[in-house]
Design a protein around this ligand. Structure first.
Ligand code: SF4
Ligand code: SF4
Length: 160
């Protein structure tokens, strides 16, 4: 599926009328990107392919290598927001089932428990040794989480 055909309003806005059109292909975003230096995502390449409609969101894995550090957006002289664009593309990829297993496992755990890490026996012991209370997520927090899941659409993702 091409990015230009993909779903969400925010993504459509960025791709059709958003700041991405101001990109001058200068490469400053890629030059500052810590992930690209480590062989990860190449922001200028992602923007170019998204702009051209040739980005396959069902297959593209490098989106998940973005560290969300925002350096690309801070560096851009043209007011493009590569970090936001990548986040939106990533969200759409997740909607299409393109989400790495460790992210989907973490998301499932968070949806189920309100925690982004497993509250194992070791966690409980360490907390006890440190004199900390047992870790519990209050009902009110879970209700707020349910609202956030609805608003961010995280709760509607196909997490396998
Ligand atoms: S720094 Fe901005 S203008 Fe330059 S390539 Fe990246 S997004 Fe485009
Ligand atoms: S937000 Fe992502 S793409 Fe932008 S510089 Fe950071 S790691 Fe690279």
């Amino acid at each position: 599926m091409k990015a230009s055909q993909a779903g969400t309003q925010d993504l459509d806005r960025v791709l059709s009328e958003g700041s991405i059109w101001r990109c001058q292909q200068c490469g400053l975003c890629s030059g500052i990107c810590p992930s690209e230096r480590a062989g990860g995502i190449r922001p200028i390449g992602i923007l170019t392919r998204a702009h051209q409609g040739s980005l396959d969101l069902r297959e593209e894995r490098s989106l998940w290598l973005c560290a969300m550090c925002n350096s690309c957006t801070e560096r851009c002289q043209m007011g493009v927001d590569p970090a936001e664009t990548i986040a939106l593309l990533r969200g759409e990829s997740a909607n299409l089932g393109n989400i790495p297993k460790h992210f989907s496992e973490e998301a499932k755990l968070f949806i189920r428990s309100g925690l982004s890490f497993p509250n194992t026996g070791m966690t409980k012991k360490l907390r006890k040794d440190l004199g900390l209370d047992e870790l519990t997520v209050p009902t009110e927090t879970m209700e707020q989480l349910a609202m956030l899941l609805r608003k961010t659409r995280l709760g509607g993702l196909r997490l396998e």
